[in-house]
Design a protein around this ligand. Sequence first.
Ligand code: SF4
Length: 364
Amino acid sequence: MSVVMKRHVVSPQSTARGAVKTVTELEASGLVPEKSGLAAVAEKYAIGITPDILALIDPSDADDPIARQFVPTAAELITTPEERADPIGDLAHAPVEGIVHRYPDRVLLKAVHVCPVYCRFCFRREMVGPQGLGTLTPTQLDAAIGYIAEHSEIWEVILTGGDPLVLSPRRLRDLMERLAGIEHVRIVRFHTRVPVVEPERIDDAMVSALTASGKTTYVAVHANHPREFTPSARLAFRRLFEGGVALLSQSVLLKGVNDDVETLAALMRGFVENRIKPYYLHHPDLAPGTGHFRVTIEQGQALVTALRGRISGLCQPTYVLDIPGGHGKADIGAASIVGQDGCFTVRDWQGGEHEYRSGNGIPT
Ligand code: SF4
């Protein structure tokens, strides 16, 4: 399956020297065997590993959780009937190119479909990469900004993609200035992997480009394993925070990467220690060739329940499923309260059940 509407090819992806982008470079790096047989995977899905991520991979560990996120495998050629090219249904809510308007008060603005790394579980893997949907043309960007300006109910603009922080500070500054000129837009949120995978991009020019007078900027940092909090990544987080950017997390629950309570606890604590409020823990989407990453919802619920008992409330993410077909996110954390007519059973983190009667306790 492939997504239609291909745009032109662009190259604002990783500029880092030593990044791995081809099977030949992967084989030369020693991360996969010579004659790896990965050409068929590379034809379908982009490859990208930055030097910072290469340095994090332990080549002696066949199950290294960092390698698992970024090094392609033949398992990606296996697709199952429930998987789909557009798993979260972006295209069902795209009034103009580059905009996804799924909820009334906010839109996604997908200005660019390239990333410094290509995650093997990516939910937009059919759209991102050098052969993906590219970058909006100036005319398309004008139309997307025009759509936001015309819809006064849009309070928040979420820049995602792709990774918007592959754009230069100059282009990001232009974009922010245009959004800052729209009175009803109050919040601009960037979803990015850059502070972790290419942290040197987060310099003064970048931080300044992300902020605009009168608007509040959030950056949602995508990280999935506590080893991703390197000293360089921590410095990038600090620069953003000190530059006036509020920080949120987003992670994907991934088999073989973070599907155990110790790793998840360390990940969430790591976010909080870096002034990043845990926000979303995503159930993995039904992207093609990603079945080897998927846990069951029951496993995910058990993990978030265990987290509740183990770590501070500050560290708790919301476990969410993007309902296939474009129906939006649902909180799928373990149902801790059931009942009706004012009588509820509340389940604590150890599985104990407790009666709770709502209202003021006065019989009616
Ligand atoms: S950074 Fe995000 S959009 Fe890019 S490949 Fe990873 S999950 Fe996909």
